[in-house]
Write a protein that binds this ligand. Structure first.
Ligand code: GTP
Length: 323
């Protein structure tokens, strides 16, 4: 029986993994792709931002795929394989804080997965603008070290010289992987899929203990705050709050993202931040869906009460009371 190819998309917080996944689902829309998305926080934002070309999206939230939800990953994949649905491939987007080693381990050691699924490649998206800062985290180093293919992404945010320095740094960590420069992960999917690149021997030479069961230690100083707000938000107040927040706390905010309910807007507003970089645009129309703002912050020294107060101050009834 021919094994199903699985691709692991990894890369640090905000590097561009969902952007790549959406390209993949768009370019390969005729394929039946089983997608597994893992997010660190209890509120899954990525699942809402993945385009709807496939019904087979499994979200594993509230934990990291390399630790707490690892059994869930194996369970989800076993369920997909046991179902009568037919797939052309599996794609797994790990959380930005995931160490890929235990995910790789699951594919190699789990009997059902190893007999039905072939790990095709570890594809790592690297944020060319923030990678130097991110390499202080072990997970960011591991994500690059284990890659078969590296997309050195966000090339529009750095100079040619900076890109050269970053590429040398990345190649020091992983001299074997193919490195491709991208903006918005724009790369033909033939360069990402069916590479046959995964090689356990390489992985064992990087981490001889990879197949041993050991607990992965996350940096305990990193936490996640998830906020929900049902009152509609005032766009001007919200943008000004976010801008003040990144000025004051940008160094500690590794990632923020959200789907926001602006008063009077027919469409969702989607925003992303990595440290001081903020980016927002209209998303899908609300239509009949319940209108709700959901925001996730991942970072150090996050003050949940302060963040909550900040968000509440942008809600329209609060503003009405204040004026
Ligand atoms: N300027 C610029 N922005 C980019 C590029 N690629 C992605 N982005 C933006 O970066 C932000 C984060 O992109 P995502 O694809 O959500 O990143 P991610 O790796 O999935 O993020 P997490 O899953 O939260 O770790 C979004 O606002 C993207 O539009 C790029 O090449 N240049």
């Amino acid at each position: 029986m021919k094994k199903l190819n699985a691709t692991i998309l990894t890369g640090f917080l905000g590097a561009g993994k969902t952007t790549l996944l959406n390209r993949l689902l768009t370019e390969r829309h005729e394929e039946r792709i089983a997608v597994v998305i893992n997010e660190f926080g209890e509120v899954g934002i990525d699942g809402k931002l993945v385009i709807e070309t496939t019904e087979d999206v499994v979200e594993l939230n509230n934990g990291c795929i390399c630790c707490t939800v690892r059994d869930d990953l194996i369970g989800a994949l076993r369920n997909l394989l046991a179902s009568d649905r037919v797939f052309d491939r599996i794609v797994i987007e790990t959380s930005g804080l995931a160490d890929p080693a235990p995910v790789i381990q699951s594919f190699v050691l789990d009997e059902v997965l190893s007999s039905h699924v072939q790990l095709d490649a570890i594809v790592t998206v690297v944020d060319a603008r923030h990678v130097e800062q991110q390499l202080g985290q072990d997970e960011a180093v591991e994500q690059i070290s284990f890659a078969d293919l590296i997309l050195l992404n966000k090339t529009d945010l750095v100079s040619v010289d900076e890109l050269g320095v970053t590429e040398r740094r990345v190649r020091q960590l992983n001299p074997l992987a193919r490195v491709v420069h991208t903006k918005d992960c724009a790369v033909p999917m033939s360069a990402v899929l069916d590479l046959g690149a995964f090689d356990l021997k390489n992985i064992l030479s990087i981490d001889p203990a990879i197949l041993e069961d050991h607990e992965h230690e996350h940096d305990q100083s990193i936490s996640c705050v998830a906020l929900r707000q049902t009152e509609p938000l005032d766009p001007a107040a919200f943008n000004s709050w976010l801008n003040r927040l990144v000025q004051a706390r940008g160094a500690d905010i590794l990632r923020m993202k959200g789907v926001v309910n602006f008063a009077g807007e027919a469409r969702r507003y989607v925003f992303h931040g990595v440290h001081m970089t903020l980016d927002g645009r209209p998303g899908k129309p609300w239509m009949g869906d319940p209108r709700l703002s959901e925001i996730v912050f991942i970072g150090r020294n996050l003050d949940e009460a302060e963040l909550r107060r900040g968000l509440e101050s942008c809600a329209l009834p609060a503003l009405a009371v204040a004026t």
